[in-house]
Design a protein around this ligand. Structure first.
Ligand SMILES: Cc1ncc(COP(=O)(O)O)c(C=O)c1O
Length: 388
């Protein structure tokens, strides 16, 4: 399908290839001078920023386009939301997060904890999911914020964020949902979701390019802006505008990136999210079924909701497995901790895994070829163990 001599199974890090429409949109956006965002415009040229806003609002079922905010990536969006929420609250607050999180959640929160700004509770896991009993036990009268992942980038599990959010809201707790691994993989309706903010990234399943992402925010007043600068509006005023979307967007937008994002969303909608979801899960199950045949392959997530498989081969270092797959079989995976160290602490004692992650462009033949390669490496590793 991709017409290359390698198999790319690292789509949870960043998706590849990008649809031709995405590449064309980037080029098109650079053929005429930059317009949009209140800055100078040329006649007949497109406002890439508002077009992308409208595309994301449509994909994620957001009622008001102005509630879609663009950032450099999901990490940037999470920092804006976490720091902005804490800045809007006086004194030390209690925050809940989970062991399933990416460092883009754990690190901003740990920095605030170190600075004495928050008390932090990290919820343990129950298998591939956040332990739901622990959520109830962790809530205190001082709990103001929860930051939780929707889809795990290691285990491919999708959390029942709606149920969790409903419960948190009963206690008046603000919920930031990290949707980096769900936007573009499964249908999302932020309007109907019990979350206050939903974070997305552009360069993974939305088929955009690195340097794009953002968040949807229901009540912007709950978050103080933490970055200030030019907006192309109210330029005579020396303080930053508080209206939306300027409240959270300062400086020149990555308009070629936003053109790509809009095209990526258009590509997804031309296929349909249900078809994307169904194909990813079918192929993932097919690979797991094949790999389960080897006694020394440990599948860390036998029933993922997303097209992500985390595995180890008994007696073989993860980095060695990743290296062999790349060098001998031209299969690109990812080995290590996947920026989610606490998942591994619970799952594999902190050693990490080799992760295979699929996209719409991954073919059945590529899945089977990759499974055969891993089975062959596992057989070799097994022979070496038996001979030792
Ligand atoms: C669950 C999760 N959250 C956040 C991020 C960070 O995304 P970005 O690269 O857009 O900052 C990732 C990326 O790996 C992720 O998997």
């Amino acid at each position: 399908m991709t017409g290359t001599d390698f198999i790319y199974l690292n789509n949870a890090a960043t998706s590849w290839p990008k649809p031709p429409e995405v590449l064309a949109a980037i080029q098109q956006s650079l053929l005429s001078p930059f317009t949009g965002g209140g800055r100078s415009a040329t006649r007949d040229s497109k406002d890439y920023i508002w077009s992308a806003r409208s595309a994301i609002a449509d994909l994620l079922s957001v009622r008001d386009n102005e509630r879609v905010i663009f950032s450099h990536n999901a990490t940037d969006a999470l920092n804006t939301l976490i720091q902005g929420f804490c800045s809007a609250h006086k004194g030390k607050i209690h925050v809940i997060t989970s062991a399933l999180e990416h460092n883009s959640v754990l690190r901003p929160l740990s920095e605030l904890q170190q600075a004495g700004r928050i008390h932090l509770t990290i919820l343990p896991l129950d298998g591939s999911d956040i332990d739901s009993d622990a959520i109830e036990e962790s809530i205190t009268p001082e709990t103001r914020l929860a930051v939780l992942t929707h889809g795990s980038n290691v285990l491919g599990s999708v959390q029942k964020i709606n149920d969790i959010g409903r419960h948190l809201h009963e206690h008046g707790i603000f919920l930031i949902t990290d949707g980096s691994q769900t936007a573009g993989h499964i249908p999302i309706s932020v309007n109907d979701m019990h979350t206050d903010a939903y974070v997305f990234t552009g360069h993974k399943a939305l088929f955009g390019i690195p340097g794009t992402g953002g968040f949807v925010i229901k009540n912007p007043e709950e978050i103080n802006p933490v970055r200030f600068g030019g907006t192309g509006s109210y330029s005579s005023v020396l303080t930053h505008p508080r209206g939306m979307p300027e409240r959270f967007e300062a400086g020149t937008h990555n308009f070629p990136g936003l053109a790509a994002l809009e095209a990526g969303v258009g590509f997804i909608q031309s296929i349909g999210l249900s078809a994307i979801e169904e194909k990813g899960i079918r192929q993932t199950r097919m690979m797991i079924q094949r790999l389960k045949g080897a006694p020394n392959i440990i599948i860390q997530n036998e029933f993922p909701d997303l097209p992500i498989i985390s595995l180890n081969i008994d007696g073989l270092d993860n980095d060695d497995l990743g290296f062999i797959l790349t060098r001998k079989y031209q299969i690109i995976t990812r080995s290590g901790l996947h920026c989610a160290p606490l998942v591994h602490k619970e799952m594999d004692g902190g050693t990490g895994s080799v992760r295979l992650s699929l996209s719409w462009f991954t073919t059945d033949a590529e899945c089977l070829q990759a499974a055969e390669a891993i089975l062959e490496v596992a057989r070799c590793a097994d022979n070496q163990v038996s001979q030792a």
